[in-house]
Design a protein around this ligand. Structure first.
Ligand SMILES: Cc1cc2nc3c(=O)[nH]c(=O)nc-3n(C[C@H](O)[C@H](O)[C@H](O)COP(=O)(O)O)c2cc1C
Length: 191
C-alpha cells in the first residue's frame, strides 16, 4: 500500500443525516482497495462556530483553538472525498463553513466529490468544484451521485445500487493518482 492518506469528509451534522452511511461505505470501499488509507472525518466531531477568525485563512494565522485543531486534522491528508448533500441547490452550510476556515491545508491536494439528493446532488458538486478551484484543490473528473430514490430503501436505509461500483472505483483511481502526483509539489512548496 502507498503512504497516501485520504480523508472522507462527512459534510452534514443533522440528526438522522443520510450522509453518515454514505461516508462509512466510502471509507470501507476505499480501504478494500488497499492502495491508500481512507479515514472518516466527521464534521460533527469538530464543532466550528460560524467563521470567527480575524485574519483571512490565507494568512494561516489562526487564533481559535477550534481552528488550530481543525487545521491539524486536515493538514495530515493528501486528498479528500467530500461527502455532500444537495441543500437548496448547493452544499451544506456546515461544510462550506468548515472549508472556509482553512486555506493552505487544502492547497495542492486532490479532491473527489460524492453527492446525494433527490436528483443525485450534482448541483452541490458543481458548486464544490468552484470552491475547490479557489483553494487550489484539484477536483477529479469522476464524481459519485447517489439518489435518495434509487440508493435508499424507503428513503431511509442506504442500499447503494451495484451500478455505483465502477463509478466509485474510477473515482478512487483518479483521486489516488492525483493525490500521489501532488505530493512532490507540496514538498517543493514547503522547502
Ligand atoms: C435544507 C435542505 C435543502 C434541500 N435541498 C435540496 C435540493 O436543493 N436538491 C435536492 O436534490 N435535495 C435537497 N434536499 C434533500 C437532501 O438532499 C436530502 O434530504 C439529504 O438526505 C440531506 O442530507 P443529510 O441527510 O445528510 O442531511 C434538501 C434537504 C434539506 C434539509
Amino acid at each position: 500500500m502507498s503512504d497516501l492518506r485520504i480523508a472522507v469528509i462527512l459534510g452534514t451534522t443533522r440528526p438522522g443525516r443520510r450522509g453518515e452511511a454514505v461516508a462509512q461505505w466510502i471509507v470501507e470501499r476505499g480501504n478494500a482497495r488497499d492502495t491508500a488509507r481512507y479515514e472518516l472525518v466527521d464534521l460533527a466531531d469538530y464543532p466550528l462556530p460560524h467563521l470567527d477568525e480575524v485574519n483571512s485563512a490565507k494568512m494561516g494565522q489562526y487564533e481559535g483553538e477550534h481552528t488550530k485543531t481543525w487545521s491539524a486534522v486536515i493538514d495530515q491528508y493528501d486528498g479528500f472525498v467530500f461527502v455532500t448533500p444537495e441543500y437548496n441547490a448547493s452544499i451544506s452550510g456546515v461544510l462550506k463553513n468548515a472549508i472556509d476556515y482553512l486555506y493552505a491545508e487544502w492547497t495542492n491536494k486532490a479532491a473527489a466529490f460524492a453527492s446525494y439528493g433527490v436528483n443525485g446532488g450534482m448541483r452541490a458538486v458543481q458548486q464544490l468544484r468552484t470552491i475547490a478551484s479557489e483553494l487550489e484543490l484539484a477536483g477529479v473528473r469522476q464524481s459519485l451521485n447517489l439518489s435518495v430514490f434509487a440508493d435508499w430503501q424507503e428513503f431511509t436505509t442506504f442500499a447503494p445500487g451495484a451500478h455505483n461500483d465502477p463509478t466509485l472505483e474510477t473515482m478512487f483511481g483518479q483521486l489516488e493518482s492525483w493525490a500521489g502526483a501532488l505530493q512532490p509539489l507540496r514538498a517543493g512548496v514547503a522547502a
